[in-house]
Design a protein around this ligand. Structure first.
Ligand SMILES: Cc1cc2nc3c(=O)[nH]c(=O)nc-3n(C[C@H](O)[C@H](O)[C@H](O)COP(=O)(O)OP(=O)(O)OC[C@H]3O[C@@H](n4cnc5c(N)ncnc54)[C@H](O)[C@@H]3O)c2cc1C
Length: 327
């Protein structure tokens, strides 16, 4: 059986790894790198995890999956000192301890995608834009109409909004995905030549247009140069999707300066990233969808919640359902 997995984020990589035992799997990924929103940006000699910041593992399946990655040093426990701020008022601080570990990729978040991709057949820099179905299979093509091959099954591992543009309108997958509203987020990346003094390594922020500040360089095994990653609230990003990037950047710089009491003018590197499809509020489920008649399946965080663990569980479940059909 030939399976195409579209998207090399966590859900797609997990699905592909599980499926390769029973089928011939090819993964298509529009970006150069792997891991999707578990991403790292390089610039000015600095590195930033500008997408997912950390993740927890509550299910035994995810805990078990992480064991070899922890053993290989690709995942590490971030024992951060975390503050809760109401604008610039410090409400509480606590240390994330081992009772509920807060994991990160090491030495950077995208290390996880790189690790999971090894041994898979992946075509990077390939955006699938056409899925054409005939009597016994799917034909895939890219944006130039270039044929990408013929497959018995297609697994789409994409954010809901991108799923809607790709899968046929008459498919249950399309109908489910179009009901889901993905939320946007802006990430501001700041690099400094000299470290700033802050009483915490991460802050959850209320009462501002920013929701999160992390000292990215305080995560385990990072390069030593001092870096901050600041995330806007979803509400601010949703309301300012088309606002000019320089205006967004100025506003977020002002917000982080006021909230954290720092002089952002000292930053020697500053960059803004817009995540149009960043995360999604909790959904009733299912965790994935397998349409046996169309031979089309879907997975991704948005089936349940915009979280790394939800993406993992979705990829695992879609592969389990497909394996049960073909084995
Ligand atoms: C700013 C931000 C902060 C976050 N913070 C956290 C956090 O702290 N903790 C947490 O648990 N989660 C967090 N998340 C959410 C977490 O990153 C996601 O839940 C998870 O990574 C989603 O994985 P996925 O496989 O479902 O999707 P994705 O990672 O989005 O993977 C989809 C992949 O499909 C590719 N693709 C899209 N269209 C095509 C196409 N047509 N052809 C080929 N490839 C295509 C994309 O390039 C991407 O690589 C955050 C996300 C963002 C953006």
């Amino acid at each position: 059986m030939r399976v195409a997995v579209i998207g090399a984020g966590l859900s797609g990589l997990v699905a592909a790894r599980e499926l390769r035992e029973c089928s011939e799997v090819t993964v298509f990924e529009k970006s150069r790198g792997y891991g999707g929103r578990m991403a790292t940006r390089y610039g000015g000699g600095f590195e930033f995890d500008h997408g997912a910041q950390y993740f927890t593992a509550r299910s035994s399946e995810f805990q078990q999956f992480l064991e070899p990655l922890i053993a290989h040093g690709v995942v590490a426990n971030w024992r951060a000192q975390v503050a809760e701020l109401d604008r610039n008022a410090l409400l509480t601080t606590r240390e994330w301890d081992d009772a509920l570990p807060h994991f990160v990729g090491a030495p950077r978040m995208n290390a996880i995608g790189q690790y999971l991709a090894s041994g898979l057949t992946i075509r990077p820099n390939t955006t699938v834009t056409q899925l054409d179905r005939d009597t016994d299979g799917w034909n895939l093509a890219d944006r130039d109409g270039y044929a990408l091959g013929r497959f018995d099954w297609v697994v789409c591992a994409l954010p809901a909004s991108q799923m809607v543009t790709l899968v046929p309108a008459d498919s249950p997958l399309h109908q489910l995905a179009e009901k889901v509203q993905m939320r946007a987020c802006y990430a501001l990346m700041l690099g400094f030549d000299k470290p700033l003094r802050l009483p915490w390594q991460a802050a959850l922020v209320n009462g501002a247009d920013i929701s999160w500040i992390s000292v990215n360089s305080s995560k385990p095994r990072r390069v030593k140069k001092f870096t901050l990653v600041v995330h806007s609230t979803n509400a601010y990003a949703d309301a300012n999707l088309e606002t000019h990037a320089s205006a967004i950047q100025d506003h977020l710089l002002q917000e982080v300066s006021e909230v954290a009491g720092i002089d952002c003018g000292k930053a020697s590197f500053c960059q803004l990233q817009r995540w149009r499809y960043a995360n999604v509020d909790k959904q009733p489920g299912p965790a994935c969808l397998v349409d046996e008649e169309m031979r089309l399946a879907g997975c991704g965080d948005w089936f349940r919640h915009g979280r790394v663990e939800a993406a993992f569980l979705s990829g695992l479940e879609v592969a389990g359902k497909l394996r049960a059909l073909v084995e």
